[in-house]
Design a binder for this molecule. Structure first.
Ligand code: XMP
Length: 519
């Protein structure tokens, strides 16, 4: 049995649906996003939400076959909050009217309170300056209210921008309260969940206990294997599962020879010595580096590494008697994908980069204790489990490792140089107290040698590029604006301390159009 209160978000395909979940989780409210075409009467009944939010979406309720919520939702006697397309769905299904075209509003807009409304209920705390700034993105608009609703606020292009039927706990807005550009959006969501009776019972301590109980229930007395990369997701998953089932868990750490300086030792020490978790350290550097010899095409590199990874993992996993489960650090953003409104369900589940394809191949069942969590929640869970801060705050590191930071052909010599330069860069970032502000930082070694002059002689060594970005989720990123002093000092240190590099550049490309990694 689930022990916490649950809110259901019905997703109509908006680009920002995930943000609704983010905002609610920040309010310690447990919620799940489900695509509209997976939510029917039976689902509603079994999910038994304490409140429901209808997301925005790209469709128009005025077109035939456009998405709807189950009609039974409006008779469940639970509070409902419709956002943008969600508002239009509510009006369409409850007896109001929506019209298309001519009144599109995109971007910033201001809502004025309707006569007599200062803002109460879910709009409490609004209109303090006499108007409310919001972020709009709609082509259609409501033109007649469903019975029972009244207008709370209007914008120049949306006469029904904020509406409510307080007696039934129904609220709807034309704009997006979940985005940062609606400054008081969080207040509205907070008011909504408080009115719906949520007490904020979603905490990491309670999640941890519940997750442990579920793992025990799922696994019974069987064996579990877990691919450990040393990244925060697999580390937290491993420690959590270990806490649940102890030595029934064996971790496999595949060292493909493409790790950073001292990385393998650090991971192995923490898991074996600190946690006493059974760990197989698969030192397969020769295999991987050998297979990559002469390979310079980035896709071939990735595919070679992925294929070998599965082979190696499988080889070691086969040594564990009776393994029936494979643990993965799948996160919530990997689980939810927005629905496409043009066709059937398009929910796909991304497999973990490193062990994708394994469960099917080996006939293993999955244990994914983080699949309800966002990245920052995983970090909070890690803290709850007592993982060292050094692991929790780690920058993401890709499965193919240094291979994709070494454009062109990989050689052991280049990898050694790269490791040393990378360590100096990260050391600089830590020394300047910038590590936690940066999403990811690393060095790429470039496939060119350039002329330099050091002492009395000329050098002909590699050039490298520093890369440091800020990002929320890795999907978009900005380069980090280091000061010139920092860059100068770092370049000097790398050239002085790392034999083989005589030129340092800083990559100031954002994503898009660039990517974070170099390959
Ligand atoms: P890009 O380079 O596409 O990367 O902007 C976005 C984020 O994903 C990481 N990344 C990977 N992680 N296996 C992984 O586990 C991979 O093959 C892979 N490729 C990119 C990258 O480091 C960044 O955080």
């Amino acid at each position: 049995m689930t022990q916490h209160q649950r809110l259901l978000i019905i997703d109509f395909g908006s680009q920002v649906t995930q943000l609704i979940a983010r905002r609610l989780r920040e309010l310690n409210v447990y919620c799940e996003i489900h695509p509209f075409n997976a939510v029917d009467d039976a689902f509603l009944k079994s999910f038994a939400p304490q409140a429901v939010i209808l997301s925005g979406g790209p469709a128009s309720v005025t077109t035939a076959c456009s998405p709807r919520a189950p009609q039974s939702l409006f008779d469940m006697k639970v509070p409902v909050f419709g956002i943008c397309y969600g508002q239009q769905v509510m009006m369409e299904q409850m007896g109001g009217r929506v019209e298309s075209g001519h009144h599109a509003e995109y971007g910033r807009a201001f809502i004025a309170p309707d006569d007599g409304h200062k803002g109460d209920g879910i709009f409490a705390g609004l209109f303090e300056t006499g108007r409310e700034e919001v972020w709009m993105s709609h082509g259609d608009r409501v033109t007649a209210l469903a019975p029972g609703f009244e207008v709370i606020g209007t914008s120049p292009n949306a006469p029904y921008a904020m509406i409510a039927d307080e007696s039934r706990g129904f609220y709807a807005v034309q704009f997006h309260p979940e985005v940062h550009h609606t400054p008081n959006g969080r207040t509205m969501l907070e008011n909504f969940v408080r009115l719906a009776g949520f007490t904020g019972d979603w905490t990491m301590a309670s999640y941890k206990d519940e997750a442990i109980r579920k793992i025990r229930e799922q696994v019974g007395d069987k064996q579990v294997i877990c691919g450990l990369s040393g990244g925060v997701d697999s580390s937290v998953a491993a420690v959590l599962i270990h806490e649940a089932i102890g030595d029934q868990l064996t971790c496999v750490f595949v060292d493909h020879g493409l790790l950073r300086l001292n990385e393998a030792e650090e991971v192995v020490t923490m898991f074996r010595d600190t946690y006493n978790i059974p760990l197989i350290h698969a030192d397969e550097a020769d295999l991987f580096i050998g297979a990559l010899e002469g390979v310079s095409d980035p896709e071939v590199k990735r595919k070679t590494i992925g294929r070998l990874f599965i082979d190696v993992f499988q080889k070691y996993a086969n040594q564990i008697d009776g393994a029936e489960f494979l643990a993965q650090g799948t996160l919530y953003p990997d689980v939810i994908e927005s629905v496409s409104f043009s066709g059937g369900p398009s929910v796909t589940i991304k497999s973990h980069h490193n062990v994708g394809g394994l469960p099917e191949k080996m006939g293993l069942k999955l244990v994914e204790p983080l699949r309800e969590l966002f990245k920052d929640e995983v970090r909070a869970l890690g803290r709850e489990l007592g993982l060292p801060e050094k692991f929790i705050g780690r920058h993401p590191f890709p499965g193919p490792g240094l291979a994709i930071r070494c454009p062109g052909e990989i050689t052991r010599e280049k990898l050694d140089i790269l490791r040393k330069a990378d360590a100096v860069f990260i050391d600089q970032i830590r020394k300047h107290g910038l590590y936690d502000e940066i999403w990811q930082a690393f060095v790429a070694i470039l496939p060119v040698r350039t002329v330099g002059v050091m002492g009395d002689g000329r050098t002909y060594d590699y050039a490298c590029a520093l890369r440091a970005v800020t990002s929320v989720d890795g999907m978009t990123a900005d380069y980090y604006p280091f000061g010139h002093d920092f860059l100068g000092e770092t370049a000097t240190r790398i050239i002085n301390e790392v034999k083989g590099i005589n030129r340092v550049t800083y990559d100031i490309t954002s994503k898009p159009p660039g990517t974070i990694e170099w390959e």
